[in-house]
Design a binder for this molecule. Structure first.
Ligand code: AGP
Length: 604
């Protein structure tokens, strides 16, 4: 759950490392550090805190900034509290190492080292890698062979970059944590993902599990898991530098909400023609015969991706006639799920690296279940593990709070429902054509609700508890709206099915607990939601209604554009995301990097 970056070439490495680390801070930001190698000397500077703290420290130091080889790290603590000592790089007299992942057998390895009188100085699992490398170098191995020997001993997940004082190349290893190599003339970049390197190159090699690589300026040598030298084809990624940056917005989150129309448009545009035919044949390698005969779809995901699955469940069921289960990854992996005969497993993940989603996917595969993933980050672990992958084309999502990934995931789930229904001989062209109109409705919603949500956020940001209610298709939106508020404003918020309120949560209602009611005007759900509003009013609770239809019972109204019930989630979610954003803004919080959270949760 960290970001790593590295450079080997002819330019000064320091600036490249620092800007790469800033792009990767969404992966972790409790400490940061760099190591630079010049001649036979490695210098390391690291600190608790953010990359800006590291930059200050470097400016105050007299580190040799002319070095052309270096590695850097931004950390989200797993083993060992955030501190300067536990920050990466971890180093010895001979080597310096950055690592993302967890070395599961570090205790055994520590015992092995202790028997040789070699002791850890930090609380981290990563230091073991540096100590092992140092040991083998001291025994006379060259750096490459010391690295191979070390990696052979490691169990767990890791993306590692290491440099040695006596050798001018850098060694890399990848297993179940992402690591990309950026290619250029006479120089090579490495990072946890492409957003850190997009300003330098568009050509990337995505290392595979078990790969070890040696990089030396422009030369890259890769060995596969069987230690056979191998060639990996570079992939061209055409994300612009600007796309991976804030583009004029104060926060990535607001920029990403504003990009939702574009994200959904990109996701559906090349897959639905103007006549409403859905084309997913190239992406889904699972046989059409199998898809036609599905008797169950099992969706597994976490957080916002889980809510996208929950939101799409009634749509998939309605149009395909196939039963859909939506399960939370962290529960599913320890649960003996009973698959049906013709079961499709779908993993949804923005990052494609979430451990709690990846593990159920592996389990499903091991049982011979056909698997499909819906992923945003290209070539990520979940995308590569599944039989087929449909990418959401949302572009990089940097803000920890997921927004455009949600609507893009919904777009894929809707298209998938229409595609399967199409295979089953149903005519869903009108619905697919309706989906094509959604991006402009999203844009209208953003424009129509931005000022109102800001005004209401100003009014409500001091409250400590919120309730979010919805019925039918609006219920999962209430859950997602509450999640957004919790994540970035640190306000306690609960999402609930509106009809369930009288079975418990109504006890929470008083003048200090406002309720956000998400209600599409479709009857009878709208009238029932209004009855719930009456119950809240009679207990002096304040109500913010998100709807296309006003009511005089409520205190405040966020009006959204008119949209058919089935497509309401694309529209109704926008003011909920904006409201959470502005509440957090008024509270002065660190919106893109909320406390205790990381963008991609690659550990259990
Ligand atoms: C969303 O705002 C969260 N930060 C989080 O719940 C996230 O959706 C979850 O961790 C799943 O991530 P993924 O989509 O990358 O798998």
């Amino acid at each position: 759950m960290c970001g790593i970056v590295g450079y080997s070439g002819e330019k000064k490495a320091l600036g490249i490392l620092l800007s790469g680390l800033q792009s990767l801070e969404y992966r972790g930001y409790d400490s940061a550090g760099i190591s630079l190698k010049k001649g036979k000397k490695i210098e390391t500077i690291k600190t608790k805190g953010k990359v800006t703290d590291l930059i200050t420290l470097i400016a105050e130091s007299n580190i040799d900034t002319s070095a052309t080889i270096g590695i850097g790290h931004t950390r989200w603590a797993t083993h060992g509290a955030p501190s300067s000592t536990n920050a990466h790089p971890h180093y010895t007299e001979r080597v310096s190492v950055v690592h993302n992942g967890i070395i599961e057998n570090y205790r055994n390895l520590e015992k092995f080292l202790k028997e040789k009188n070699i002791n850890r100085r930090t609380d981290t699992d990563t230091e073991i890698i540096a100590l092992l490398l140092d040991l083998y170098l001291s025994e006379g191995f060259d750096f490459k062979n010391a690295f191979f020997k070390t990696v052979e001993m490691l169990k767990g997940s890791f993306a590692i970059a290491a440099i040695s004082k006596d050798f001018d190349y850098m060694m890399l290893a990848k297993h179940e944590s992402p690591l990309v190599i950026g290619l250029s003339n006479n120089e090579t970049y490495i990072a946890s993902d492409v957003s850190a390197l997009i300003e330098y190159t568009h050509d990337f090699i995505f290392l595979e599990d078990g790969d070890i690589a040696l990089i030396d300026k422009g030369n890259v040598t890769i060995w596969d898991k069987d230690k056979k030298e191998t060639k990996r084809q570079p992939t061209q990624i055409d994300w612009s530098k600007e796309k991976a940056q804030k583009g004029g917005y104060k926060h990535f989150m607001l920029k990403e909400i504003a990009e939702e129309d574009e994200a959904v448009r990109n996701t559906i545009q090349s897959r639905i023609d103007e006549d409403g035919n859905v084309f997913l044949d190239e992406e889904i390698s699972i046989s059409k015969e199998f898809l036609k005969n599905l008797d169950r779809i099992t969706i597994v995901a976490c957080g916002t991706s889980f809510y996208a699955g929950l939101t799409a469940k009634p749509i998939i069921e309605k149009y395909t006639g196939i039963k859909v289960d939506v399960e939370i990854g962290s529960e599913f992996r320890y649960y003996n799920y009973l698959y049906s005969k013709n079961n499709l497993f779908i993993a949804i993940s923005q990052s494609g690296e979430t451990a709690d989603t990846k593990e159920p996917l592996k389990m499903a595969k091991s049982k011979g279940i056909k698997t499909l993933s819906i992923v945003n980050v290209k070539e990520s672990a979940i995308a590569r593990l599944s039989d087929s992958c449909i990418y959401t084309l949302a572009g990089p999502e940097i803000s920890v709070a997921s927004t455009k990934a949600f609507t893009s995931q919904l777009a894929v789930l809707y298209m998938l429902a229409f595609y399967i229904a199409q295979l089953k001989g149903k005519d869903l062209k009108p619905q697919a054509k309706q989906l094509l109109k959604i991006p402009s409705l999203i844009k209208q919603t953003f424009d129509k609700t931005q000022d109102k949500t800001k005004e209401l956020a100003d009014k409500y940001y001091n409250y400590q508890d919120f309730l979010y209610l919805g019925r039918g298709i609006c219920y999962p939106l209430a859950l997602e709206g509450a999640l957004k508020l919790k994540e970035i404003s640190y306000i306690h918020a609960e999402g609930y099915p509106a009809g369930e309120m009288k079975h418990g949560p109504i006890a929470l209602i008083d003048e200090n607990t406002p309720t956000v009611v998400v209600a599409h005007p479709e009857e009878p759900l709208y009238s029932k939601s209004l009855s719930n509003c009456e119950e809240i009013k009679s207990r002096h609770g304040k109500i913010i209604l998100v709807s296309n239809k006003q009511s005089d019972i409520v205190d405040d109204f966020i009006e959204v554009p008119k949209v058919d019930y089935d497509f309401a989630p694309f529209v109704y979610i926008i003011p909920l995301q904006l409201f959470a954003y502005y509440v957090a803004l008024f509270r002065g919080n660190d919106i893109d990097q909320p406390r205790n959270l990381a963008k991609s949760v690659t550990v259990e």
